[in-house]
Design a protein around this ligand. Structure first.
Ligand code: C2E
Ligand code: MG
Ligand code: MG
Length: 570
């Protein structure tokens, strides 16, 4: 048998109390647990403590009534089911009672023991189900943390409380770096395990009064209250970041993840919950941009930057439609013979007001907004078409190298795009080279390796751009189907006066040789740098020393003259 529920009776009439106790004794016998309070205030106080399983409340309580009691209890977050006991004369309150949050109502004088018994059990059961539904609606089913909806409620509550106590509320927003990698390479069940363990660590670091929420995916938020100074929030941020930096054991495997975090403070940064969340998001964005595993406080300048980013994004969409982008081509030559080995296509934006805008300014925005995909498609098609056009003009083949950003490369139909560009232009795939950055290629997932193999099957070439700036695993490098390493210009720049850069450059050349890969130095500006590269047998060079990036027409002229000169010399 289930234990008898503990019952709270709020009844200001002693005769009615005796009556009710009689019925309840009939139902529960000696195990009856009944607390009787006589006033509205005492009733509310008892409900607030929430120690009873069920409350029976008289409708008429002095100069206040049971409906008000139900409403007031609900605003205090009371979850005890309440059955209202009404007189014959106020039957009409039934609907109002249920609307106010009462679980049931019974008309005094019609109550029998079986009826009351059933009403009590039913009310308790119904409340349980109701609470369960509330849980579903407010908590994340995977981690048990507050969900976005409850997060908003809690933030509103925290702000209201902080207004009264003149304290601060900190909103900390975080997401896991490279969570997608874990999901892709180890599978979703392992990804779920990671999220669960992350939520446990976050909860362990936060205080009882803080709210830890999962806003979706790998995005989490913490609302910290009772803060008097930004330092408090910074300390919490550090603690959370450190907690997540320790390795996770998932299915017996050690997995590392890191997190970046954005913080904003009420009321210093803003007073509106929605705006606070936006602030935290901007700060998070900034934190990530500065390198992973850091936190950043929101500051107004970020808002200006976000605004500028929005404008840029809008202008870029328009620019695509209005054909304001164009390609420039920078020659690459064979170091030993001086023959042209190809050109690198570099995108330019002919902005109607600002003039020529360089990719460093808009490519990162295109990457975060997804615009890089249509933009990258355009580059690929245009570059292939240009190479074919040169050949049709009677020039020797001009292989073309195209920069591909990681987001574009990992996009769903990159291989299709490449295939289409080759088919539509009629370019010989051997004349197409894709430049992928080191971090894109070193992403150790099956998907990545598979993609690279499919490119090789298409017979085109792959170079690793900005080589030396990422952290290559040499083991992986050996296995990857790539053709060429491109030494980053930061090493080349000081190659003649910085021994460290000279050593790195020489090492990369040797490495390429040992791995049977081609090697090219970019950013060659002086005769000294060129001589160094020639001496150490770097096969290919590119840089202002040979030529600046040229428009298509300029290149035609440049190449024509060069061919004549070589013919005259040779
Ligand atoms: P990157 O692929 O490493 O390109 C080399 C950059 O160095 C180019 O800058 C080029 O103009 C510059 N450069 C070439 N020779 C010299 C030199 O002798 N001295 C110096 N100081 N610089 C030299 P640019 O055109 O501004 O491009 C910057 C970056 O933007 C590129 O770096 C590439 O990562 C990206 N990018 C350019 N075009 C595209 C594109 O079509 N798609 C994508 N995804 N990225 C692109
Ligand atoms: Mg490049
Ligand atoms: Mg580069």
């Amino acid at each position: 048998m289930t234990p008898a529920p503990s019952i709270l009776l709020v009844e200001d009439d002693e005769d009615d109390y005796v009556l009710a106790r009689g019925l309840l004794s009939e139902i529960f016998g000696p195990s009856l647990k009944l607390d009787w309070v006589e006033t509205w205030d005492a009733g509310l106080e008892a409900l607030r403590k929430g120690t009873h399983d069920i409350c029976l409340a008289d409708f008429r309580l002095g100069d206040r009534n049971g409906l008000e009691l139900v409403r007031e209890a609900a605003t205090l977050g009371c979850t005890v089911p309440i059955i209202l006991l009404t007189g014959q004369d106020n039957r009409e309150i039934d609907l109002a009672a249920v609307k106010a949050g009462a679980t049931d109502y019974l008309v005094k004088g019609e109550i029998t023991a079986p009826l009351l018994d059933r009403a009590i059990r039913y009310a308790i059961e119904r409340k349980k189900v109701e609470m369960q539904l509330v849980r579903f609606a407010q908590y994340d089913s995977l981690t048990g943390l507050a969900n976005r909806s409850l997060f908003h409620t809690r933030l509103g509550d925290a702000i209201a409380h902080a207004k009264r106590t003149k304290q601060l509320v900190a909103v900390l927003l975080l997401d896991l770096d490279h969570f997608k990698n874990v999901n892709d390479s180890l599978g979703h069940p392992v990804g779920d395990m990671l999220l669960t363990q992350v939520s446990e660590r976050l909860t362990a670091c936060a205080r009882e009064t803080d709210t830890v929420a999962r806003l979706g995916g790998d995005e989490f938020a913490v609302i910290a209250t009772n803060i008097t100074h930004g330092d408090g929030a910074a300390a919490l941020a550090r603690k959370l970041i450190d907690a997540l930096a320790a390795p996770f054991t998932l299915n017996g495997q050690e997995v590392f993840t890191a997190t970046s975090m954005g913080i904003t403070l009420f009321p210093l940064d803003d007073k509106e919950p929605d705006q606070l969340l936006k602030n935290a998001d901007m700060a998070l964005y900034q934190a990530k941009a500065e390198g992973r595993g850091r936190y950043r406080f929101y500051d107004v300048k970020m808002n200006a930057r976000a605004q500028a980013r929005k404008t840029l994004e809008f202008e870029m969409r328009r620019a695509l439609e209005r054909h304001e982008f164009c390609l420039h081509f920078q020659p690459k030559i064979n170091t030993f013979t001086g023959d042209l080995t190809g050109v690198e296509a570099l995108i330019r934006w002919q902005h109607p007001e600002r003039g020529m805008v360089l990719p460093g300014e808009f490519i990162p925005v295109a990457e975060t907004t997804g615009l890089i995909v249509p933009l990258g498609d355009w580059v690929l098609h245009t570059a292939c078409a240009q190479s074919v056009a040169w050949q049709k003009m009677g020039l020797p083949p001009v292989p073309v190298a195209v920069n591909v950003s990681a987001i574009q490369f990992k996009g769903t139909d990159f291989i299709d795009t490449v295939t289409r560009a080759i088919d539509e232009s009629g370019i010989d795939p051997a004349c197409l080279e894709l430049e992928l950055t080191e971090s894109t290629v070193m992403d150790e997932t099956e998907v990545m390796t598979e993609l690279l193999h499919r490119l090789r099957d298409l017979r085109l070439n792959v170079a690793i751009d900005d080589f030396g700036t990422g952290c290559s695993s040499f083991l992986r490098l050996k296995e990857l189907p790539v053709n060429k390493l491109k030494i980053d210009l930061s090493f080349v720049r000081n190659v003649t006066d910085d021994p460290a850069n000279a050593a790195i450059t020489k090492t990369i050349i040797t490495l390429a040789k040992n791995l049977n890969l081609g090697v090219i130095a970019e950013g060659v500006e002086t005769a000294e740098q060129f001589a160094f590269l020639l001496q150490h047998e770097c096969q290919e060079v590119q840089g202002y020393y040979i030529s600046r990036p040229l428009s298509g027409d300029q290149f035609t002229v440049w190449y024509g003259e060069r061919l004549q000169n070589l013919a005259r010399e040779g």
